[in-house]
Write a protein that binds this ligand. Sequence first.
Ligand SMILES: [Zn+2]
Length: 239
Amino acid sequence: MTTRREPLVIRLLPRATARRREREGLALALGFGLLALAVDQACERFKRSGRKHAEALSDGGAHIATALACAIPAAPFVPNKGRFLAIAVVSAVAIDLDHVVAARSTSLIPCMTMPHRPASHSVLTVSAVTYAAERLWPGTQAGLAITVGLGSHLLRDLATGGAPLFLPRRIVAVQRPPVASMMFGLGFFGRWYARRLLDPTRRSRSNPAVLAPEALVVGTRAVRALREQRPVLSARRVA
Ligand SMILES: [Zn+2]
């Protein structure tokens, strides 16, 4: 079976112009990163004072600013920047709809007062949605935009109460400073990935956007298998 691939259209800019745009993009990403930090602090204040509506709004705002900060570095290397950024932002906001499903309510308070974030706040969701997007719209970088958008959301959630990142019932929580460096890493990864994927001088561009989430799925299965083996091994040791 052969897969039809969209022709890749790259507009080549003079090197100095391309570098200037890249620098501007990185400065803009940094700006959104600082904005995300400020909105995150405001969100914490609203949380402490019990202002749920303001907390929900600022939480959404912080997720949008974080998604933009992580996605903008990749934007100069994708054919349709607006679409790429829009998909990243929509992904970063839409994942919280799983609260509505898990709480079986569209009201704000039941959705915000659940003991833990829903099981769909996990790496498996990122892998499945990215994989589906890459299969449905190959070559459009939708998969990368979703990975960065959902990834930025999950990383922020790790610092704000934790999320069941690898397994549905295990909550992973991380302090803000390491999460900030992970977000920086995600932005760097997106930029490297988009650049490598779309570099017309490279011959081997064999759809790595599909291979990356597949690797994540395999990795998650391996972690689960190791976790399942651990109780068996310790039981043997006790025996
Ligand atoms: Zn969330």
